[in-house]
Every structure is written in C-alpha cells, then in structure tokens.
Design a binder for this molecule. Sequence first.
Ligand SMILES: [Zn+2]
Length: 174
Amino acid sequence: MKRKIIYFSIKAALKMAKDAIRGFTKKYKKESFGFLLGRLENRNFRILEVVPYKGGEKGRTTFEGNRERIVKRGRELAFKRKKGVLGYYHTHPEIAGEINFGISDADRESFLKEDVPLEFIVGIGHAEKKNYPFIKHNRDGSISLRFDGYFLKFSVYYKTRTRRVKRGRLILYI
Ligand SMILES: [Zn+2]
C-alpha cells in the first residue's frame, strides 16, 4: 500500500532537530514539544514551519501542557504566520541506550482526541562519534538525520477517515 506523503521543509527539520537537541542536553534530558504549521496542497500536507512551545512541564518521558492554552497559542501562530496548524511534534529522548522512535499508545490516544491532522515524533540519541553527518529517507516513511553529534529520527502519523492512526511518508524539500 502506498503511504500518504507529507512534505517537510528542510529548514523546519533543522529547527525541529535543534529544539530536540535543546531538550536532550538539559539535565536528566527533557522532551521537546511544538507546533507544525503548514497547509494542505492537492490532498498532501506540507509542513512549512515548526515553532517550539515554551510552556508546559517537560519531563524525560512526558509532556504535560494545558490543552486550551496550547490550542489558543496554535491559533495565534496560525493567524500571525498565515498558515494552518497541522499538528504537534514531541521528542522521545534516548534512555539507557534505548530510543522509542515510534508513536506510543498514550501518544496515539491523545492524538485521536486532538483536532489536528498530523502527529510528529522525533526520537533522539547520541550518534556514534566516527560517523559523518547525513540525512536519509527510510523505507518505512521516516527520516534519519545525524547532526551535531546526535542521531534523530522523524516519524509522522495521520488519522484515516475511520480514525485509525497510520504512518505517513515524509519527503524533505528545500
Ligand atoms: Zn510520545
């Protein structure tokens, strides 16, 4: 089966990577959380920009935010930047050598409750020192990035009409 394509600005990807690293390098490691801004184009989503969210309580494996405040902030951003709120991203930092790259059951549950079409997960850990920087589109639709000494994997999910959560295929563009 063909995967739904979601176009992803390379500039937005790097901004998201930097926000993920910012959380990861905090004491005890922290998740990062933010907004995906963009539009629907010929039935494909295009993520044009990402904006980190400064509020909420970020933990090593959790993000607790006031939903109303987050939705309000998203609407403000969308209005100011003349884009739609396509969804949210959050990170999964490496813990004891393990990175949970995909969507968790709790993530899936909260995504189904949100009134947005996309959910974005970024797994982050340390890269092996000898490896050089790279960026790669994976067969499962995710994107791997090695950057600044870190390894990151971006995965995007969307809801079907029958409210199932499926993985989309990310395609970077410049
Ligand atoms: Zn999660």
